[in-house]
Ligand binder design. Structure first.
Ligand code: ADP
Length: 483
């Protein structure tokens, strides 16, 4: 794809690239320098309705293919994605801001979901139930749920899409995708890959544009059987409420507020390194990023000084520069939120161990210094609200019981991490953490083969793994009388 400032048709319905019905366009910007990259079609509910119609029309034939036949398309898309990894990574970094190395990793991760579900699609087994009645045979037959509407965020503009498309298409569903307005180009590039491998018309449709109007159409349209969403808890709740009238199934990956628990018997070097990777990857803009650190008192000083030393060595700048470790935030709102949480913490007594300023580099983008706060208390916003930025508060604790109570958030339950070399402690603490995902001496849990998902207000359902494809299947129960 040419990133040349020109307009690109970005609505893909029934195998054709079209303008928005109302002719509207919007621009996409590079968050590192605020330059316009390109403009794209800015559709609304009318375009979404057409796309749902196209997905509905394509559904019976797609569902009727054998799983093996469907998997060949997914496997071809996986292969093509990996061939185009560099090109796709550059598009991603240009519109989203993350360092190129991370973007390359994201493309490989996105492709891995297509590869894994190309395989797993062949294993959606049903069941035969031993009947209590000799004159009956009982079966469970998995069948694709139907048309799926997928709404995805800007923080992982490629992998959050692939994580939904892989299992949905493998299961036999057809899809209407609505990506985030900040990052449409990665979505367009991904849909073009499926077009290039010859995916039948209407199986995958793309609608870029006004989230409220498109979302409204998804919720009210009876032909949409499942909404799969990754984004904020607020919008997730709105989608739940709005889907009640048509009793849709929902699969929701929402916000988080991940704690990292660092015990005195941890490998300190590893804990420091992984804390930095967890917190500052994607400039702190991942839903499983560490949001707060709890360090056992006896090692707090040693941990904090090692941490700040390594953070001060990180290079901030435009992601296309290979030397850069931390890119910009996505937009002005993201920058203001980090600033607000920082100022709130300082006004309530926090101390800045490093960072704390809007970064004044040579670029005009949305940069904030990687920042560490100590002397934090539970009343501060940063300890309660999702930050989505490079701000890291450290609090100390004395006992295991105390830190478990601190770690268990009242609202969120996505991911939590702990560092210890003590196996008994690792198991004890893991079992008591009220989170859908626990990393023990590990901060990178998201892989295609494992079930990723939150509890409480962090979401419903799983993405990845055997469980991930079940979201897209209905279990038809068959009771058969025999003579
Ligand atoms: P963030 O605050 O991180 O941008 P959002 O939840 O607002 O998270 O965005 C995630 C996705 O949800 C994006 O694709 C966005 O366009 C979409 N979205 C935002 N508001 C709505 C809405 N009212 N209805 C449907 N989708 C929405």
């Amino acid at each position: 794809m040419q990133l040349d400032g020109q307009y690109t048709k970005s609505i893909y319905i029934d195998g054709s690239w079209v303008d928005a019905d109302n002719g509207n366009q919007e621009d996409v910007f590079n968050p590192a320098n605020l330059n316009k990259i390109k403009s794209f079609s800015y559709g609304n509910g009318i375009d979404a309705r057409k796309a749902v119609k196209s997905a509905k029309k394509a559904f019976p034939d797609w569902a009727n293919l054998s799983a093996r036949e469907r998997s060949t398309y997914l496997y071809a898309a996986y292969t093509l994605m990996m061939e185009k990894q560099e090109e796709l990574a550059r598009i991603l970094t240009t519109e989203q801001g993350k360092p190129l190395a991370e973007a390359r990793g994201e493309i490989a991760s996105a492709a891995s979901y297509l590869q894994w579900y190309a395989e797993e699609g062949n294993r959606t087994y049903g069941e035969i139930i031993p009947s209590s009645n000799k004159g009956k045979r009982l079966f469970v037959v998995p069948q694709p749920i139907g048309v799926v509407a997928a709404i995805t965020p800007w923080n992982f503009p490629s992998s959050m899409i692939a994580r939904k498309l892989g299992p949905a298409l493998a299961a036999g569903c057809t899809v209407v995708l609505k990506p985030a307005e900040q990052t449409p180009l990665s979505a367009i590039a991904l849909v073009k890959i499926f077009e290039e491998v010859g995916l039948p018309k209407g199986v995958l449709n793309l609608v870029t544009g006004d989230p409220v109007s498109i979302g409204q159409e998804f919720m009210s349209n009876e032909d949409v059987r499942l909404i799969t969403f990754t984004g904020s808890t607020e919008v997730g709740k709105l989608l739940m409420r709005g889907s009640a009238d048509t009793v849709k199934k929902l699969s929701l990956e929402l916000g988080g507020h991940a704690p990292i628990l660092i015990f005195e018997d941890s490998d300190l070097e590893q804990a420091v390194k992984m804390t930095i990777m967890s917190k500052f990857r994607n400039c702190g803009q991942t839903c499983i990023c560490a949001n707060r650190i709890y360090v056992q008192r006896s090692i707090q000083e040693a941990f904090t000084s090692k941490l700040t030393e390594q953070i001060d060595a990180l290079k901030i700048g435009a992601g296309l520069d290979e030397q850069v470790n931390i890119g910009p935030l996505i937009d002005e709102n993201a920058l203001l939120k980090v600033k607000d949480q920082y100022e709130d913490a300082i006004s309530k007594g926090a101390v800045t161990a490093t960072g704390g300023r809007v970064h004044k580099g040579q670029l005009d983008g949305y940069f904030f210094e990687p920042t560490v706060l100590t002397n934090v208390s539970n009343q501060m916003k940063v300890m309660n609200e999702e930050t989505f930025g490079p701000l890291l508060p450290i609090q100390s604790f004395e006992t295991e019981e105390e830190v478990i109570a601190l770690a268990n958030h009242d609202r969120y339950g996505l991911a939590a991490y702990l560092f210890t070399e003590n196996l008994n402690r690792a198991l004890r603490v893991m079992e008591k953490l009220e989170y859908g995902i626990v990393g023990i001496n590990d901060v990178f849990p998201a892989v295609a083969e494992a079930p990723f998902g939150g509890i409480k207000q962090s979401g419903l359902g799983k993405e990845g793994g055997r469980e991930g494809i079940m979201e897209y299947l209905e279990m038809k129960y068959v009771s058969m009388g025999i003579k």
